[in-house]
Design a protein around this ligand. Structure first.
Ligand code: ADP
Length: 619
């Protein structure tokens, strides 16, 4: 029996088909939905970005004016145009404008190295990159570019709107590819519209404010921007490029954010700290990795009003394919990933594509109207992952192991392949191994994930040196960082004599993690100052190893972006100073950070001194 699951309770038991919403709800397409809200509630708040606000009328007028400008510069329906802007109100205006000009948007991350960006542009077939003056200058791209105005609010002649059909590509979103090249998933207009229009897995109404803090290259940003704008709600842009826990909490509080998405790794950290974001938010959607029951339970007990949703889905199925409203009762075992949401159908099949019995483990194959078109420029790969299953139609092979409960709810059990998740990023170890093997000093390499603690995952590379000079870990990491986005650069690099093999001759990734090489506490050569000692203690706690040298480097000790958030938050709580993430990474040693802390303490002190009101308390 094929396990075909429907998404609404009344149809769940008997219906063999998904409960797709009637096309009228989303067939209008995203841009048309936003335009409709602009007609009905022109003065309603659409986007808030620091001190800049755009009403629906202003958003639509600006996007239409920019669409005309893009058209004047040769953008035509069917084009693919890359977008290089910092996360801002302009991101929203520009995406809408590109769609009204008929183009698909290829979001770029300014933090990615240039070779990566160039490879993405070539794979996506982008004919133009539009963006911010400074970012375009520093990216120094080889192809055509067009500078956008700094002000998101634009006026001018408007283009007769091109309304993209549901199958037209809206976004090309890149994800790690096992052969060393990133894959560009072509996400459709219909796929996003159906994901966000009056969603049943999470409450989003016209009165809501949805936080936009994910990178636009990440599929969660589709939920963050468009679940708000498709439902007449407002998008609150998180202005800090790399927000700290405190930045997030302040944004949520200051702007009364009611709905937010967090990657599972971030959710776990916020949950462990009982972050005050949960006291303001009504709906929290979490996704990317398996949700830990103890964190879900802690949050639900501390903030019982919260609507907590576990969203599951590969980018290829448009952000979420299944979702589960998490209750305390779900937290006795692994938290389920729920049932398919509108536009998705789930089949649990064995390796030959045959259905498995309920309760048995099988691979999740996903069908429905929200499947992506495929991978840009990679027809063979598209055919391999998006298969025509005959009677079940076109299906995406997720590579995820699941089982189905008697009530139709799905449980997640891991992967059938080597793909891993680190801090919400999907990583094909093969992609990193490929680049490592290209280095002259490297004979062979294997990459896997090491979990030194329940809430910590590190990308670990094991390298067999080629004959000749032994490569230095820092040199290899630096070379990788010049080619790969930060999340694909291993957190740990260990030299090994040879890679352990399984009986079938494959690299034994499990055995690998057993002989990882963490930075061991070396004998301190210099005595730490009291402030350095305080910083070293905070580091030791989050890194899980003793740090006792002033020149200890955060990255060399296995530190990474999520741990940096933890450390900056601990420093704020314990020493009363706030370090931004860019400052943190600009001074990544104990001594460097102690100096920053000292400077911040002195600045606080002089502020107090200067601002101290005279005798206000009557003493
Ligand atoms: P996302 O942005 O939703 O994480 P990706 O395409 O980057 O999408 O990664 C998809 C993969 O992440 C899935 O195939 C699955 O392995 C994992 N994943 C996503 N959400 C969950 C979840 N809620 N529980 C368990 N695994 C998840």
């Amino acid at each position: 029996m094929a396990t075909v699951l429907a998404n609404t309770p009344d149809q769940r038991k008997e219906s063999p088909v998904p409960a797709d919403r009637t096309p009228s709800a989303y067939a209008a397409g995203l841009p048309a939905l936003v335009a409709r809200h602009a007609e009905q509630t022109p003065q309603a708040l659409a986007v808030m970005d620091g001190d800049t606000t755009l009403t629906y009328a202003q958003l639509v007028a600006s996007a239409r004016a920019l669409a005309a400008h893009l058209h004047d510069h040769g953008v035509r329906p069917g084009d693919r145009v890359a977008l290089l802007v910092p996360r801002s109100a302009r991101t929203v205006v520009a995406q809408l404008a590109l769609w009204w000009a008929g183009a698909a948007c290829v979001p770029l991350d300014p933090a990615h190295p240039r070779p990566r960006i160039e490879a993405m542009l070539a794979t996506a077939g982008a004919t133009l990159t539009v963006g911010d003056t400074k970012l375009l200058e520093s990216a120094a791209l080889t192809g055509a570019t067009l500078t956008l105005h700094d002000d998101p609010l634009l006026t001018g002649a408007e283009l007769p709107a091109f309304e993209p059909g549901p199958d037209a590509t809206a976004l090309v979103l890149f994800t790690s590819g096992s052969t060393g090249l990133p894959k560009g998933v072509t996400v459709t207009h219909g796929g996003i519209a159906q994901l966000v229009t009056a969603p049943q897995y999470a409450t989003v109404t016209a009165r809501d404010r949805v936080l936009f803090h994910s990178p636009t290259t990440f599929d969660a940003s589709t939920f963050e921007m468009w679940s708000a704008l498709a439902n007449g709600a407002a998008v609150v842009v998180c202005t800090a490029e790399r927000p700290s826990f405190e930045d997030l909490a302040r944004q949520v509080e200051r702007h009364g954010v009611t709905v937010a998405f967090f990657t599972t790794a971030l959710f776990h950290q916020l949950a462990a700290r009982r972050s005050r974001v949960f006291s303001v938010l009504r709906t929290v959607v979490v996704g990317g990795e398996a949700m830990a029951a103890q964190h879900a339970r802690a949050v639900l007990r501390a903030f019982p009003w919260l609507e907590l949703v576990n969203g599951y889905g590969p980018t290829e199925t448009t952000t979420f394919a299944t979702a589960h409203r998490v209750t305390d009762a779900d937290c006795d075992g692994p938290v389920p990933i729920g049932r398919p949401i509108a536009g998705a159908v789930a089949h649990v099949l064995d390796g030959t594509g045959q259905p498995v019995a309920p309760g048995e483990h099988g691979e999740l194959w996903i069908g429905g109207s929200r499947l992506a078109g495929g991978y840009a420029g990679r027809p063979e790969l598209t055919a391999e992952r998006f298969v025509d299953h005959g009677s079940l139609g076109r299906l995406y092979r997720s590579g995820d192991l699941v089982s189905v409960r008697p009530d139709g709810v799905l449980d997640f059990h891991g992967r059938v392949d080597d793909q891993v998740k680190v801090r919400g990023f999907r990583i094909e170890p093969g992609e990193v191994e490929h680049i490592l093997r290209e280095q002259a000093e490297v004979d062979d390499a294997a990459v896997t994930v090491r979990r030194p603690a329940a809430d910590d995952a590190r990308l670990a590379a094991f390298v067999v040196a080629a004959p000749g000079p032994v490569p230095r870990a820092e040199t290899l990491r630096a070379r990788l960082a010049a080619q790969l986005p930060a999340h694909l650069v291993p957190d740990e690099l260990t030299l090994v004599e040879r890679l352990p093999l399984t009986v079938s001759g494959k690299v034994d990734r499990r055995a690998l993690t057993a002989f990882h090489g963490t930075a061991t506490a070396e004998d301190a050569t210099e005595v730490l100052t009291p402030l350095q000692q305080a910083v070293a203690e905070v580091w030791s706690r989050s890194l899980g190893c003793e740090v006792n040298r002033p020149d200890a480097d955060f990255l060399a000790y296995g530190g990474h972006s999520l741990l940096a958030l933890v450390v900056t938050d601990d420093l704020r709580e314990e020493l009363g100073v706030e370090l931004s993430l860019p400052d943190f990474f600009a001074a990544p040693t104990v001594a460097g950070q102690a100096a920053l802390v000292e400077r911040a303490l002195l600045a606080n002190h002089s502020d107090l001194h200067l601002d101290a009101p005279e005798d206000t308390d009557g003493h």
